[in-house]
Design a protein around this ligand. Sequence first.
Ligand code: SAH
Length: 248
Amino acid sequence: MDIPRIFNITESAHRIHNPITPEKLATLGAALRLEAGTRVLDLGSGSGEMLCSWARDHGIVGTGVDMSQLFTAQAKLRAVELGVADRVEFIHGDAAGYVSDEKAGVAACVGATWIGGGVAGTVDLLERSLRGGGIILIGEPFWRRLPPTDEVAKGCLANAISDFFTLPDLLASFRRLGCDVVEMMLADQDGWDRYEAAKWLTMRRWLDANPDDELAPDVRDKLTSEPGRYAAYTRDYLGWGVFALMRR
Ligand code: SAH
């Protein structure tokens, strides 16, 4: 079981698979006023940077579940590197329907809400692992600028304008789900650059090392087109944030 191989190639060198930076991740951890020993569940935990760095900085304990074998292996190495391997565990698997045995004080899905079939389904899923009064974290894109046409939305790799809300509408949608929005950390364009532009050097190095791979033509096309596409569309139009929610 794994995610499509193209992501394991283009994001192999990423520690954070989203436009949030290490600094913003640290600020978010502090903003949530995490207490030592708090249990954090992370569905779609990627290479584990949130759990590992918060375990180091705040003494949280936690579990991450991710479908990428590569990212899960990297997460385990990161836990050892940061000296928190006794506090965080990473499970390779499908997080759809995953409910933890032990209730968590924070249940997160940061940039992978398809796991629960969208934001509403993911909030429901996370809540099943959450203790009363716990915090749900959702990482999700929104329109920073509303695209004038669906063509522009497609340039941002969305299917249509209707795929995402504007920020006020996204916050209203959390309210409609019965949640208070109690914190948020928004990405900025420098953070988008770290997420997107970091893929380009990774692709170039991979192409140099794997010229005969069956995916080499696809990766070549992507490396040629991505900087222009990203600069024209995603960088300008797409916002992204992590939202902290508590059930009302
Ligand atoms: N939260 C991490 C990773 C976000 S990228 C971070 O911010 O760095 C999305 C992640 O979801 C990837 O790591 C991908 O492997 C994982 N993923 C995709 N589908 C999944 C599924 N069904 N179950 C578990 N993880 C999944």
